[in-house]
Design a protein around this ligand. Structure first.
Ligand code: ADP
Ligand code: NA
Length: 327
């Protein structure tokens, strides 16, 4: 159909934050008409750290229904569990044999994660970028929306693909980073120098997608600001700047419009307005998510159909690779 193919995924570990929504999920919806999109729940990546099986299963399903609740059409887009398409594991093994230890040793995310999970530095954690390469290359993706922290993994994906192609001919499409309209990077409400993250230990720093309205209001009111007391969009007031970014992302207003709206008003008025704006986005999202979750048969059907759709494309690439290498 002439459309480019786009692959992205999220891990079902931790509770998704407003940062994940505004920085990723919301943009996925915006671009989904323009591309052939594969949006995966990458549960195979999740087990590189120990998971409680029941929690993992529940979170994976919540994430998948959130994709749909956020507005991703599961008929026009492929929304599926990575673990349901065995080609991911099969291609990852093959690509492991085309990846050098030295390359993986240079991955900064491995070093960070190994330091954090010193009691469980498993081989999967080390070869995680190879599985990610398989995820992307299986669908011959042209584009991958990646955050800055995943850039190195996209580079190694390209290196592996190029190495394979130069030996066996053009098998893989070389993926590029999707640089869209840059969504604001949402910072912690408690430490505005750190990004809002689901792995943050301070729960007041993050607004979780499943927080109820009272919790959202309380977290916004307690957000760290400064003693200036004027609503200005400036790096000198990073906590406030972050709240303005959140307000703008939720309302569609610009920082200039926001400064005008709150001209002469203080944080005591602005912070609850931010909370209201966030709740106006998240509460309907939660309601839609709950409605979908209750419709078990519908979601089960989506999961099955999309796994088959993903497997169709993935197996085409896998067979090509297998023929090339002599299987
Ligand atoms: P987390 O740090 O919450 O574990 P991930 O690294 O799993 O997030 O990222 C998942 C997606 O969400 C990525 O596309 C990433 O760019 C986006 N994302 C995560 N946190 C933020 C944030 N604070 N602001 C904007 N986008 C974010
Ligand atoms: Na699409």
């Amino acid at each position: 159909d002439g459309k480019k193919t786009l692959f992205s995924g999220m891990q079902a570990t931790g509770n998704l934050t407003l940062g994940n929504y505004l920085g990723a999920l919301k943009n996925w919806v915006t671009i989904s008409d323009e591309y052939n999109c594969f949006y995966s729940v990458v549960d195979m990546h999740s087990i590189t750290v120990r998971q409680d099986p029941a929690v993992l299963r529940k979170r994976a399903r919540t994430l998948l229904t959130l994709y749909i609740a956020a507005g991703l059409d599961p008929v026009k887009n492929c929304i599926y569990y990575q673990s349901h398409v065995s080609a991911h594991a099969e291609l990852a093994w093959i690509l492991n044999c085309f990846t050098y230890m030295g390359e993986l040793n240079r991955m900064t995310q491995f070093k960070d994660k190994a330091a954090k999970h010193a009691d469980n530095i498993n081989a999967g954690l080390f070869t995680y970028p190879v599985l990610m390469a398989a995820d992307i290359l299986l669908y011959q993706a042209d584009l991958v929306p990646v955050g800055i922290d995943q850039m190195q993994h996209l580079e190694i994906t390209r290196d592996i693909a190029q190495r394979f192609n130069s030996t066996y001919g053009d098998v893989f499409t070389l993926p590029e980073a999707y640089i869209g309209k840059v969504g604001a990077k949402i910072m912690s409400l408690q430490e505005p120098s750190k990004k809002m993250s689901k792995s943050d230990e301070n729960p007041n720093g993050s607004i979780y997608l499943m927080d109820d309205k009272d919790t959202i209001m309380r977290k916004c009111k307690r957000a760290v600001t400064d003693s200036v007391g004027i609503i200005r969009y400036t790096d000198d007031q990073p906590g406030l700047k972050n709240l303005i970014d959140i307000y703008c992302a939720c309302t569609g207003k610009t920082p200039d419009e926001t400064m005008k709206e709150f001209d002469g008003k203080g944080y005591g008025e602005f912070k609850p307005a931010v909370g209201e704006a966030v709740a106006a986005i998240l509460v309907p999202l939660q309601e839609e998510q709950a409605r979908l979750t209750a419709d078990k048969a519908y979601i089960d059907g989506i999961i099955k159909e999309n796994a088959e759709k993903a497997a169709y494309y993935a197996n085409k690439t896998l067979r090509k690779v297998q023929r090339k290498i002599g299987f």
